[in-house]
Ligand binder design. Sequence first.
Ligand code: HEM
Length: 431
Amino acid sequence: MASAPVILPTDLAKRVIDPHAYAQWDGLLDAFDYIRETSPVAKVVPEIEGLFEPFWFISRYDDVMRISKDNATFLNNPKPVVFSFNQAIEFSRAATGSNMLVDSLVVFDAPIHPKYRKLTQEWFMPRNLKQIEGEIRALAHRTIDAMIDAGPQLDFVEQVAGPYPLRVVMQILGVPPEDEPRMQMLTQQLFGGQDKDLSGSGMDQMSPDQVVQLVAGAVKNFEDYFADMAEQRRANPTDDVASVIANAMVDGEPLPPRDMAGYYIIVATAGHDTTSASTAGAMQALAQDPEQFARLKADRSLLPGIVEEAIRWTSPVQHFMRTAAQDVEMGGQLIKAGDWMMINYVAANHDPAQFDDPRRFDASRSPNRHLAFGAGAHQCLGLHLARLEMRILFEVLLDRIEGIELAGEPSRATSTFVGGLKSLPVRITPA
Ligand code: HEM
């Protein structure tokens, strides 16, 4: 075991924490390949002391899998589950008493986590989702109608990949269409805040303090909105997921208001920018490969493979953080109890030890045991929904268009957490 920890050189450490590095995909993958080969378990230490707490960067598939599945040794609480600067953590503590502005499923460990997760787990299973397939298909038709009206040249993210998953999530939560722009803006302030085009708030011009204020404002705004919704669903329950959360009981008590708000917020936010990114990635792969598009049009049984590979290839959730509960050895390094760790899904899903030629979009990859949905107790609650909505969208789209090609340079979001294409110019040939 190494006596002193391996520390990533400054230029590589910057790639790990700089949102702009995530907008340059090939460069990012090159950096992650290099790190994985030379120091798969290595510490990222801030150049300026106190800027952020040092953490271990974990880039190998096997290590990310091990950490994800061992929820007793690698905790989500008490340190933030998303990479954060100390200033942001301090603000959050002052504002809410917690390290994270929102306490939700991803922030809890056992014994609370399984109790909370159980509340909606059934709702998100394929058997229940079957009942809303028709509604999702109707949303897909409406989205593709609008796309064809906007064509032949259009931005696929703006017309389809962006709005469609948002509508699906809002539908399952029972949020009316007129409130969708508010939800979209709030989510992007929470998750895409590092990207000036996505936050829509000129955040790049703001001081860190102002940014944190803006994010806290977004959280408060969400909380108020969902407090009203919970009240309505208690008075008039329906079979939507919002009613399940509003009427949930844990150990004989309703959820405390902050936890209830956190539950709504995670369902409202976790499901759309993520699915947007994988949907846009699938379209990009098809637009770049007309033969694959033609094969898929002729044989729809290829669709689940395309969807799964798009999710791996894009890895929209780029990382989560964990905290070691006890000393552990990994990759020849001693990770001490209390150490913070970044499990990087982009790096793990491009590990050549697990995936042949990982940068290639290969819809026939089998097995495709990617980690884009995580693994273990926190594995994505919405993974069946994400797959279902992508499959339905492409079924509808394939019936309606004859061909699609790139019509400009795609561009990526500037974000270390949830990332993906923010623009995908295409030209379509309607059927
Ligand atoms: C392609 C789309 C999606 C991707 C890539 C994705 C990815 C992830 C990842 C990586 C995690 C953390 C897993 C872990 O820590 O092991 C997660 C958790 C979660 N996701 Fe997703 N997600 C997607 C879509 C959705 C959708 C559609 C929903 C629901 C509307 C959703 C709801 C959640 C929730 C509630 C959690 C927290 C689960 C827990 O901590 O127990 N996600 N997701």
